[in-house]
Design a protein around this ligand. Structure first.
Ligand code: DAH
Length: 347
């Protein structure tokens, strides 16, 4: 009986010292494990005098219950404490700002293309696409640039395998494709924006890949005045109502006569500055009346039909409009901030 009392005291002391679940589990082994102190008391019962057996048994049970109750209680406390600690550690501060997912923005080249498309579609033009891998036949030959023609030299071309296929050096072949597809009938009003390629060393004003937009109108009784009027609307839409336009004589094999299209400098209003190289004028594209040879090549009777064509360098327009001084900025699109700034400028 004394042993039981002693043990209860010892157990009470031990329980006070428990600091964590490990301590608690060690106590479990020490007291009610196979060789634990309480289990051993249980085995003593057979040596206890008969009349004390009942009392002894009750006390041993008592102390066992005491241990179990304390054990469960402490285990619960420890578990709860652990849960609370973890909750505290992993707590989410819902008032913190979330992670911003960066979003893209419309590229300057695309901005120009979109505004030209919108304008010209409103004037009845269709937007047509053509292949970037093109036939020499369409890129040059049918456009009145036969093999060996000196004007080919100006377009240092990427040929593919042999002389027959190339990366288109201009969007003009889409004129040919459109006329051939229309089989000599119907008025044609089409524009074709797209990528073009030349074997240029990349520098501030040259890129081996660049963007052009072709325009073609074939109908009856078209004049250079129609072309001038169309260019005027384009210039004003892109660069503001106070822009003046002018044509300068030029040469392209696919147009006759051919012109360079100039706008009065939007920076100095024609007075002369470094953007217009002190001329007051900026060249933004080439154009002209479709050469009868080209019409005939593409199945159109030049006695019945005529028309005009134009071609803009979209990169140049974007650089002028957004004040970009290096074409490589348009094609090395590594920093979203480069694009973002055009959002702000537009608004
Ligand atoms: N294809 C010409 C170039 O790349 C630009 C051009 C000039 C297109 C006159 C035309 C045009 O349609 O009529 O330099």
């Amino acid at each position: 009986m004394n042993n039981v009392e002693e043990l209860k005291k010892e157990l009470t002391e031990d329980l006070k010292k428990v600091k964590n679940i490990d301590d608690l589990e060690n106590l479990k082994v020490k007291y009610i494990g196979k060789n634990g102190s309480i289990s051993q008391l249980n085995q003593l019962i057979k040596d206890v005098p008969k009349e004390e057996k009942r009392e002894f048994g009750m006390r041993v049970n008592d102390i066992k219950n005491y241990f179990n109750t304390e054990y469960e209680k402490m285990l619960d406390d420890f578990n709860q404490k652990e849960i609370n600690e973890r909750l505290e550690k992993d707590a989410i501060d819902v008032s913190l700002p979330g992670l911003e997912i960066p979003s893209g923005s419309v590229h300057p080249v695309e901005r120009i293309v979109e505004s030209l498309e919108n304008l010209l579609m409103s004037m009845g033009y269709d937007v047509i696409e053509g292949p970037e891998v093109e036939k020499d036949l369409y890129n040059f030959e049918l456009l009145n640039l036969p093999k060996g023609h000196p004007a080919r030299d100006a377009q240092d071309t990427f040929y593919i395998r042999d002389d027959e296929y190339l990366l288109r050096s201009q969007t003009s072949p889409v004129q040919v494709r459109t006329m051939l597809a229309n089989k000599g009938e119907l008025p044609i009003r089409m524009i074709c924006p797209g990528k073009t390629y030349r074997r240029d060393e990349d520098d501030a004003t040259h890129s081996h890949q660049f963007t052009q937009m072709e325009g073609l109108l074939v109908d009856k009784g078209i004049t250079l005045g129609d072309l001038k009027g169309t260019f005027e609307v384009i210039a004003k839409t892109l660069f503001g109502d106070s822009r003046k336009t002018r044509f300068r004589p030029s040469f392209y094999p696919f147009t006759e006569p051919s012109v360079e299209m100039d706008i009065s400098c939007f920076n100095c209003n024609g007075k002369g500055c470094n953007i217009c190289k002190n001329t007051g004028w900026i060249t933004v594209g080439g154009a002209g009346m479709v050469n009868p040879i080209v019409l005939r090549n593409c199945g159109y009777d030049p006695d019945k039909w005529n028309g005009f064509a134009f071609g803009f360098g979209i990169d140049r327009l974007a650089m002028l409009k957004y004040g970009i001084n290096d074409i490589r900025i348009l094609y090395t699109n590594h920093d979203l901030r480069t694009l973002k700034q055009f959002d702000r400028r537009e608004n």
